[in-house]
Design a protein around this ligand. Sequence first.
Ligand SMILES: C[S@@+](CC[C@H](N)C(=O)[O-])C[C@H]1O[C@@H](n2cnc3c(N)ncnc32)[C@H](O)[C@@H]1O
Length: 450
Amino acid sequence: MPFPPVTDEVVRRYDVEAPRYTSYPTVPSWTAEFGPAEYAAALERAGDPLSLYVHLPFCRELCTFCGCNMVVLRDRSQIDEYLDAVEAELSLLAARLGRRRQLAQMHWGGGTPTSLDERQIERLFRAIVARFDVVPGAEVAVEIDPTVTRASQIELMRTLGFNRLSMGVQDFDPVVQETIHRIQTVEETRDLLERARSLGYRGLNVDLIYGLPHQNATTWKKTLETVLALRPDRAAVYSFGYLPQLRHHHRLLPVAALPVAAAKLALFGMAYDAFEGAGYRPIGMDHFARDDDELSIAQAAGRLRRNFQGYTASPVAEVVAVGATGISDVGGAYAQNVRALPYYQTAVTEGRFATDRGIVMTEDDLARRDLIQHVMCHFQADLDGPAARRFAEELARMRALEAEGLVRVRQAAGGGVHVEATPLGRIFVRNVAAVFDAGVRKKGSHSKAV
Ligand SMILES: C[S@@+](CC[C@H](N)C(=O)[O-])C[C@H]1O[C@@H](n2cnc3c(N)ncnc32)[C@H](O)[C@@H]1O
C-alpha cells in the first residue's frame, strides 16, 4: 500500500503534542512518590521469566541530535566504577527476585554499549550470568554505534551469546552528518553489518532519523538507497524528537534548517515507499522489516508488542532495568532509576535501589494500556460489550476521528466495537492511540506527532 497523500491542512491539524507510547501511563505522569520501597514491592510481584535491560550511558562524543540519556566518557576508569555499581544493583535485584531469575530477553542500550572495551564487556556479561539464567533461545541484543565499534567487540559478544544487533546510522549525507555532529562512513557501517551477519547475528537493524536539519528529498533519497543496498533485516525510521527544553544541546542545531512538519512527513513518506518497494513490511508506526524477520512474523500473528526499546517480538512483558535512568516495567508498575551517575552509584553500592520516580498502574491504566498498545502495534482495537460501555466517551471521540477519515468504527457482536485505523490514521497513529489516554490532555512535554 503506497504512502497516502497528506495535505498541509491535515498536517497542521494533527501535528500536536503526542506521546510515542513506549509506556502508558507516559513518563510525565510518573511521580517521585514512587521510590525504592515501591520498586522493591513491585519486584515481589514479578513473574518469571523476565527481560533485563542494561543502560550503558557512555559515548565518546555528544551527537547534537541525541535525545537519549547519555554521558560523554571522561576516561575508561569511569566505566569500571559504573560497572561496580551495576554489579551491586544486579545483586540487589537478584536478592529481591529470589528464585525468579530466568531471562528470556536481554538488551544492552545506551548511550553506546560498545564504549565498553572487551574486558569490560566480558566483565558485565559474566556478572549477569552469575546471577541470572539466560534461557535457551533468549533474545540477547545490543545497540552499537559503528563509529566506535571494533569487529573484535561484536565477535566477543557473539561468543558470549549475543544474537541481535542494532546500529545507529541516522543519515549518510555529509552536510547532515556534520550538522548533527555524527560523522559516519558508509564503508565502516557496511563492514560492521557484514561482519555481524557473517557471525550469525539476526534481526540486524539500522536506525535512521527523518526531520534532521538540512535533510531534503534529494539527500534523503540517496541515504535510503544506500541503506537499502546494505540490506539490513529491519530498519527503524524515527521522527526527529526536537526537544530544546529537555535536551539543551538541541539548541546547538540550526533551527531554520529543520524541515517543517509537511516536509518532514514527506521524508517519512519517501522512506515508507522505499522500504515497501524493496520488500519490507511496515511495522507499527516507524519500523520496517523483511517478511522473514521476527517482527514481521509477530505482527502477522498479532503478537507484536511495544516497550521502551520500541517494537518487539519477544513474548516477555516484564522488564527489569539496571543502570542510571534504566526503566523497569514490572509487577504492574513502572520504575525509573535516577539520572545523575554519582547518585546512582552511591545508592546501589550502599545497598539501596536508585529509583527516582515511577507509578503503580491501576486497573484503569492497565485496560487503557492494552488498548493503546494494540493500536500502536496493530492499528486496531477490539472492545467487547462491557469495554465499549466503559469507554463510551472515548468511542464518541473515535467517531469524530472517523468523520475526519482517521479510523473506521464498526459495531461487533454482543455490543462490542471494532476500531481500525485507515491508511491516513496509520500515519497519525499516535493521535488515534491518544483517544484512550486519560492523561494526554493534562500532561505536556511530549514530542509532536509528526
Ligand atoms: C541509544 S541510541 C543508539 C546507539 C548509539 N549511541 C548510536 O548513536 O548509534 C538509539 C537510537 O535512538 C535514536 N535517537 C536518538 N536521539 C533521537 C532523537 N532526538 N529523535 C529521534 N530519534 C533519536 C537514534 O536513531 C539512535 O540510533
